[in-house]
Design a protein. Structure first.
Length: 196
């Protein structure tokens, strides 16, 4: 398992490194932002395809089955955080994707380029109707690492963000619990649950 750092560039680099090291398949595993209003925090998204730019890259059906089966048609691989509620509505209307993340498009692209099977398992963190507070966006640096100073500075500049940030923290906790549950189920399936 390699970490992509929460960015498309980091995910692409990690996926290319895994492929070069002999990976038999690539899996994008982590959190996503909800686009479909029916997807609540903690909802598991296993898409049939990932939209990377204008290209829909199909996930491997056997890998999806190993993950528990597809739960959605489309996941959007975003180039930047899709944080605003209005932006989420527009993206859902335009693409039909149920959720968006920064890593899956890059991992799918690397898999296609290398001729490797690919799948994604993402868990919805922030619901479609809620904008991500600017303080949360300020928390991440370019490498995807959390910068506490950025959060504190944003909260000092606008204390009205405290309540939305606490709501996001609750949603993120539910999403992390679901993600940990998925990881445990995969681990319990054996050393190599995704081998075909």
């Amino acid at each position: 398992m390699l970490r992509g750092g929460g960015t498309a560039a980091g995910a692409l680099q990690a996926a290319e490194r895994a492929a070069a090291d002999g990976a038999a398949a690539l899996l994008s595993f982590g959190l996503a932002g909800g686009l479909d209003p029916r997807c609540r925090p903690g909802a598991i998204v296993i898409p049939r395809a990932v939209l990377d730019g204008d290209a829909a890259i199909a996930a491997d059906p056997a890998l999806n089955d190993a993950l528990g089966g597809a739960t959605a048609d489309l996941l959007f691989g975003a180039a930047s955080v899709v944080g605003g509620a209005a932006e989420k509505r527009r993206l859902f209307a335009r693409t039909g994707a149920v959720a968006a993340d920064l890593e899956s498009g890059a991992v799918a692209r690397a898999a296609r380029r290398r001729g490797l099977p690919f799948a994604a398992l993402r868990v919805v963190c922030d619901p479609a109707e809620r904008s991500v507070p600017a303080a949360a966006l300020a928390a991440l640096d370019a490498g995807g690492r959390i910068r506490t100073v950025g959060v504190l500075a944003a909260l000092l500049a606008d204390p009205r963000q405290i309540a939305p940030l606490l709501a996001l923290a609750r949603d993120a906790a539910a999403a992390r619990r679901a993600l940990v549950g998925c990881a445990r189920r995969l681990r319990a399936a054996g050393d190599h649950p995704l081998e075909a």
